[in-house]
Write a protein that binds this ligand. Structure first.
Ligand SMILES: [Zn+2]
Length: 352
């Protein structure tokens, strides 16, 4: 039900008011941070405007509600990026659906998740769809990067802005997802009001990688040593190939299976390095915060003792220096640098 969706009161109010006064726009862009619940709200709103239950909210049990809950309802086109790109074929399929005569639902819906991942051809095709509105059709674009969506598309959609959820809402959602224990508080804090991020962290099984990141930092801080294996974090994380952007090598055309294998390894390395960098950044941000006296704002709250210990070794200035070092390193992750060595040196040189 729409009323069950946590937070986002303004967005809900705007949409339901437009619907009740029969002034629903033809197309919307839901814009806001990734994982804050835009897609969940969009899906519930599509149910809300189509429910045959006759109540104030969607009922969740009528055949329309149940049908729309799945992915294969004949009046719902749910588009998601494939290998981090939305292609023209996907938009064309949605266009065909919109063009069909008989509909079961009052409103056919096209829901484009991560619409900022459309390539140029897909964008052009979508623009045509937006330029010829079909009555009884609702198009919702979900985006966390508004600048990746062309001005012409933006001008044809009504924009609804989303913010991260409150701590209470985030915690409630994560608990509902079955997350618990000392890691729950860490996830609630690190997700910054975007529970989707925390759910991904748990689903990707990144806790092992996080332990390794902490061990790496502790070894350097306590003993001034680190081991370069070139494989930091290789064992950890569920690598989801389909979610990784195509690399330049792929775009240039492959050289058979050997290249494909190499590329997959390259993608996995990049995936691990990205997450490790985020983890190192969050550790030293905590050290900086701890040294500034704002101990209540620490993200890695389940590692409080170690953060405290590190704060005795790294001054606020030193932590800030390491942070800017990692920000520089972020831009180099794709290149074949020795990540362990670069990260280790940054942390080592930053110490007392
Ligand atoms: Zn219903």
């Amino acid at each position: 039900m729409l009323s069950d969706v946590a937070g986002h009161a303004k967005a809900k109010e705007k949409l339901t008011r437009a619907f009740r006064s029969e002034r629903l726009a033809h197309a919307y862009i839901f814009y806001g941070p990734a994982g804050c619940g835009k897609r969940v709200l969009a899906k519930e709103f599509i149910k809300y405007i189509n429910c045959s239950g006759g109540g104030q909210d969607s009922c969740g049990v009528c055949s329309t509600c149940r049908g729309l809950e799945g992915r294969n309802h004949p009046d719902l086109a749910l588009i998601e990026p494939v290998k981090a790109v939305i292609k023209i074929e996907q938009i064309r399929a949605a266009k065909e659906l919109v063009g069909l005569k008989a509909a079961q639902c009052e409103y056919r819906a096209v829901l484009i998740n991560d619409a900022d991942k459309m390539n140029a051809q897909a964008s052009d095709a979508l623009l045509k769809l937006l330029e010829e509105p079909v009555a009884g059709t609702l198009i919702i674009l979900i985006a966390s990067n508004i600048h990746a969506i062309s001005d012409t598309i933006r001008s044809r959609c009504q924009r609804i802005d989303f913010k991260g959820l409150s701590r209470e809402d985030t915690l409630a959602i994560l608990k509902r997802k079955g997350l618990e224990g000392p890691q729950l508080e860490f996830l609630a804090r690190s997700s910054e009001g975007c529970p989707g991020k925390a759910v991904n962290f748990a689903e990707d099984d990144l806790f092992g990688l996080r332990e390794e990141a902490f061990r790496f930092v502790a070894d350097i801080a306590r003993n001034g040593v680190f081991f370069v294996t070139k494989d930091l974090g290789k064992k950890y994380g569920k690598f989801k190939e389909e979610e990784v952007e195509e690399t330049d090598e792929q775009a240039d055309g492959g050289e058979g299976p050997a290249t494909e294998e190499k590329t997959t390894n390259g993608q996995k390395t990049l995936y691990v390095r990205n997450h490790l960098t985020d983890m190192f950044v969050s550790i030293f941000r905590d050290v900086l915060i701890f040294n500034s006296g704002m101990t209540g704002s620490i993200i890695n709250i389940d590692k409080n003792a170690l953060i405290k210990e590190l704060s005795g070794i790294y001054s606020a200035e030193a932590a800030a220096g390491i942070l800017s070092g990692f920000n520089r390193l972020k831009g180099l992750l794709k290149n074949s640098i020795n990540y362990d060595l670069s990260a280790g040196n940054l942390i080592f040189r930053g110490g007392k």
